[in-house]
Design a protein around this ligand. Structure first.
Ligand SMILES: Cc1ncc(COP(=O)(O)O)c(C=O)c1O
Length: 384
């Protein structure tokens, strides 16, 4: 049998089924899933709205290229119009977060004619060469450094540093409203506003990467809305297909119109199953008031986590927004994550020392509190 290239350390749990906030392994054991495949299953596994749309589409057609018109693609565009702020007039579908970031970077180059990017220390934007270029972590970029762009790095929330970095040579500032992989680091409103002002003043674009934060997870439809800014470009992925591999980029009109036909494309872009998944995901988003649920449940969970974990010696900080919760330890979190797994809770690491929960909106407040209690016990059992 051929083997998978070992880019991931696979855990010794064989997951065979999922529903809502739970997954089951091959022995029938149930887990509470706060890993959600790096945040993809934010709408819960097999969300019924998404299942219905994808199932219907399976019986009709799975492949229609963008060279032809297609009904479900039109439906997906209509659905997205209902959940996107009015300043985004265009979208383009992609298949992964990294691809969406690639297109966002290309848009900035095309629109401005410039090649300098400003990105944040601790950022993560993906692993293709362009996305990796604006990703900070040395473990991701070091082996490939010789072929990467060299962005200007700014510390999260360092407004002075940002002001120094943005000048007339900059194509774009790219930021995650809450840095996800880098350690669940929320950006201050003032910082995001400063990024908007500085880019506008210097004719550069503001790209918000909402692949992880978007579609309600932080308690608003899109996390940048909290800062009241209107970015030029936004990337979205993970949650937007309800688990189906699809992403998209949203553009302000002038930026989208800077492209000529043929300057970008993708064989799978706008795939009918992916579009059906988006339609179902938007239906769930609206009918279930997903963003409101994330705000309420996440708010309660964060408060409880601060109360129960904030005073522990091993805990440096508890932070997050909505259902994106990070607990920074004073140690690498590997053993704590193993302990949670043994207790039937899937969680994930962020940065070097952060335990991260990315719960689906369907989870209950009781379950969130239970996971916080389990984390407290795991921290105590590992670090005493
Ligand atoms: C903010 C952000 N951007 C981009 C990506 C890359 O997405 P993908 O793994 O789908 O390529 C991720 C993945 O974690 C992400 O969190």
């Amino acid at each position: 049998m051929v083997e998978l290239v070992r880019f991931y350390k696979t855990l010794p749990v064989k997951i065979v089924r999922g529903y809502a906030q739970y997954v089951w392994d091959d022995t029938g054991r149930r887990y509470l899933d706060y890993h959600t495949g790096y945040g993809v299953a934010f709408l819960g596994h097999r969300n019924p709205f998404v299942v219905r749309r994808v199932r219907e589409q399976l019986e009709r057609i799975w492949t229609v290229s963008l060279s032809f018109e297609n009904d479900v693609r039109e439906e997906a565009l209509k659905a997205l119009s209902r959940v996107l702020p009015g300043y985004f007039t265009h979208v383009f579908f992609q298949n992964s977060g990294a691809e969406a970031v690639e297109l966002a970077l290309k848009a900035a180059v095309r629109y401005t004619g410039r090649s300098v990017f400003v990105a944040l220390i601790h950022s993560f934007h993906g692993r293709t060469l362009g996305a990796l270029s604006v990703t900070h972590g040395p473990k991701y970029r070091k082996p490939f450094e010789q072929v990467l762009l060299k962005p200007r790095w700014v510390k999260p929330n360092d407004i002075d540093g940002l002001m120094k970095a943005v000048d007339d040579s900059v194509a774009a500032v790219i930021l995650e409203p809450v840095l996800g992989e880098g350690g669940v680091i929320p950006l201050d409103r003032e910082f995001i506003r400063a990024a908007r002002e500085a880019t506008r003043e210097h004719g550069a674009l503001l790209i918000v990467d909402e692949v992880q934060t978007g579609f309600g997870r932080t308690g608003l439809p899109w996390a940048h809305m909290e800062a009241g800014v209107e970015p030029d470009v936004m990337t979205a992925g993970k949650a937007v297909g309800g688990g189906f591999p699809v992403s998209f980029v949203a553009f302000r009109r002038e930026v989208a119109e800077a492209f000529e036909a043929g300057e970008h494309g993708s064989t799978y872009a706008g795939n009918p199953l992916a579009c059906a998944a988006i339609v179902g995901a938007v239906e769930a988003f609206e009918a279930e008031r997903v963003a409101e649920q994330a705000a309420r449940k996440g708010g309660e969970a964060l408060e409880y986590a601060r109360e129960r974990l904030g005073g522990l010696r091993a805990v440096r900080e508890v932070r997050g927004k909505g259902l994106m919760i990070g607990v920074e330890l004073r140690f690498p979190p590997g053993k704590v994550l193993e302990c949670l797994l043994k207790r039937g809770i899937l969680a994930l690491r962020a940065g070097a020392t952060v335990v991260r929960f990315l719960p689906p909106y369907v989870t209950s407040v009781d379950e969130l509190h239970g996971a916080v209690d389990a984390l407290r016990e795991c921290i105590a059992s590992v670090y005493g």
